[in-house]
Design a protein around this ligand. Structure first.
Ligand SMILES: *[C@@H]1O[C@H](CO)[C@@H](O)[C@H](O)[C@H]1NC(C)=O
Ligand SMILES: *[C@@H]1O[C@H](CO)[C@@H](O)[C@H](O)[C@H]1NC(C)=O
Ligand SMILES: *[C@@H]1O[C@H](CO)[C@@H](O)[C@H](O)[C@H]1NC(C)=O
Ligand SMILES: *[C@@H]1O[C@H](CO)[C@@H](O)[C@H](O)[C@H]1NC(C)=O
Ligand SMILES: *[C@@H]1O[C@H](CO)[C@@H](O)[C@H](O)[C@H]1NC(C)=O
Length: 532
């Protein structure tokens, strides 16, 4: 009888939840409309959190933080932005949580990127990275309801994805969720080597930073909790082995010693009108030389094709988190893990010396003579034959974000020279993808095109700066360029704040909150400023 009552209660609650969920507005739509109450500042920013019943994850630590920060952030518009953006992934993007069908101890978390119903390795790792300060403070990280569980669920699911299709970047919901796979018309006719299953993979663009993202979230979780034992429980070590195999395979050059064209481990072509959505040379990409130590990346973190495959920012990220994960691997104790850990350290060392030897190039003079000073900077991409691409793109990993990736210290000279060039305000020749205008000044990229600045790049600029003037200017632009909607857009037209892309971009939202917490720690005085 008691059991029956309980059963009815559970059924009733489940039904009630379902009915309620019918009334939850689609957030793709909700985030395009302003909602009351508006902030009291000049920008009258919309309130953009779903009502509690419609949120996809509840965290009391998040709610307390949002409340307590109200007294640390003076400007009402800035506070509203923090309040809307920081919880955005928890509020809207935790699409499903559960356990593996063949192991009920194995937690799984399916996180969507926002307005696309698929899980990106890069986005999901970064969406959770925003909550690292909360995870660090979580006493019961081992519990099933907290952020620790979310992290473990993402690491487990990413491990499964990587073992399924290690060259792919974006994946379908796990079978256990019962959520049907999303259709991806753009990718339907892609010709990709190695082939993949569209029921499991949403898109298969090989991006070195996707693999580095698995390393990143693993190292983030380990650093916050010290829970080394978790990594020995499921498929983590096998996923790391798969990553090592891809990394070594993608050091393959285009030509063998005898001049023979080598089989590329990864090939991609798409029928498209956008040059950045397919590879040259019928899927091979532009040729790369042997022996730099760098690992090729087919695509950038913008999901745009690389021009030269030796893409420096992803290699920096890979070095940094591969070393961090070698320490976790060592802790697993078995002799196989010890030897894998040494291989990881050795590979990280090779790639790092490759970056420093071939990825650092002399500054070329520009026609307006604004770059006449001598010195070296990091290239964005190289091919090893001597061609280099001097630019930066907003998406992380970028050159600008190198200190945040843990690759270098922001005081390092080569980084500082690179940063100056990337962010040049006064000339068009500093970085071909630096976007200027009255609304916002920031790095952009080919993904949204010239004229569109990315708020994400302003955030990274703030997080890599010690200069209060620079921080205040970028922050003021961010506060004033959301079109009243109170969320971080993917890109914003530098001359018209009403023109932007992506209303629901969870990663950028979380990153904004992460930046505010970084300022609260480093420069609390900035949060007392007015942006009115
Ligand atoms: C989007 O939201 C508006 C305003 O709340 C509503 O009128 C409209 O029907 C919604 N559209 C869709 C497709 O849900
Ligand atoms: C979050 O809490 C609200 C009540 O405040 C509840 O209605 C909702 O179902 C909870 N969401 C989840 C995912 O548990
Ligand atoms: C559980 O299933 C996954 C695929 O969903 C598979 O990769 C894994 O090896 C299985 N684990 C065990 C212990 O059978
Ligand atoms: C690449 O260079 C290494 C030495 O740096 C050599 O051992 C290897 O055979 C070369 N591979 C190819 C395909 O040329
Ligand atoms: C808010 O400010 C108070 C007083 O300066 C400080 O003690 C507290 O740590 C700050 N909170 C956060 C989250 O930074």
């Amino acid at each position: 009888m008691v059991n029956m009552k309980y059963h009815y209660l559970v059924s009733f609650l489940t039904l009630a939840k379902c009915i309620l969920a019918q009334f939850c507005p689609d957030y793709s739509n909700f985030s395009q409309q302003p909602h009351e109450p508006y902030s009291s500042g000049i920008h009258k920013l919309s309130y953009q959190r779903p009502i509690p019943a419609c949120r996809t994850f509840n965290s009391s630590a998040m709610e307390s933080l949002l409340t307590s920060m109200q007294s640390n952030i003076t400007d009402p518009d800035l506070y509203r932005l923090f309040q809307n953006t920081y919880p955005n992934t928890l509020d809207t993007a935790i699409k499903w949580r559960g356990h593996a069908a063949n192991n009920t101890a194995e937690e799984l978390t399916f996180i969507i990127t926002g307005d696309i119903n698929a899980m990106w390795l890069r986005d999901s790792a970064n969406q959770l990275q925003s909550y690292l300060p909360l995870l660090k403070a979580e006493k019961d990280w081992n519990g099933m309801d907290g952020l620790g569980s979310l992290y473990r669920g993402v690491i487990n699911l990413q491990a499964r994805y990587i073992l399924t299709s290690p060259y792919c970047n974006s994946f379908q919901p796990p079978k256990e969720s019962g959520i049907p796979p999303a259709t991806n018309d753009a990718a339907a006719n892609d010709v990709v080597e190695p082939p993949y299953d569209q029921a499991k993979v949403f898109e298969c663009k090989y991006e070195l930073d996707s693999l580095a993202s698995f390393l990143q979230i693993s190292s983030d979780y380990y650093e916050a909790t010290g829970d080394g034992a978790f990594f020995g429980r499921f498929q983590w070590a096998s996923a790391i082995q798969a990553i090592m195999n891809v990394a070594r395979a993608m050091q393959t050059p285009t030509y063998g010693d005898d001049g023979m064209v080598l089989q590329s481990p990864y090939m991609f072509t798409r029928q498209t009108t956008r040059a950045t959505e397919t590879f040259t040379n019928d899927g091979l990409g532009n040729p790369v030389v042997n022996g730099t130590g760098l690992i090729r990346s087919g695509f950038r973190p913008s999901d745009d094709a690389t021009i030269f495959q030796l893409f420096v920012p992803s290699n920096m990220m890979f070095v940094s988190y591969l070393s961090a994960c070698a320490a976790i691997m060592k802790e697993l104790g078995a002799s196989a893990s010890e030897s894998l850990a040494s291989e990881m350290e050795a590979l990280a060392g090779d790639v790092k010396s490759g970056i420093e030897q071939y990825g650092v190039v002399a500054l070329a003079p520009t026609p307006d003579h604004s770059h006449s000073e001598a010195g070296t900077i990091y290239a964005y991409e190289i091919d090893g034959f001597g061609s280099v691409n001097i630019m930066d793109d907003a998406n992380i990993p970028s050159l600008l974000s190198a200190p945040l990736l843990g690759y270098l210290d922001r005081s390092e000279e080569v980084y500082q020279r690179t940063r100056k060039r990337i962010l040049d305000y006064h000339t068009v020749s500093g970085n071909p993808y630096f976007m200027r205008g009255p609304v916002i000044n920031a790095v952009g990229g080919p993904h949204a095109g010239p004229g569109m600045a990315w708020p994400m790049a302003s955030i990274v600029r703030i997080m890599t700066s010690d200069d209060d003037g620079e921080i205040l200017q970028s922050l003021r632009e961010l506060v004033g360029s959301t079109d009243g909607l109170g969320l971080m857009h993917e890109s914003v037209n530098t001359f018209d704040a009403g023109k932007w892309t992506r209303q629901w971009f969870s990663w950028a939202n979380g990153l904004f909150g992460q930046m505010i917490l970084d300022l609260a720690d480093r420069k609390p005085g900035i949060l007392r400023e007015s942006f009115q």
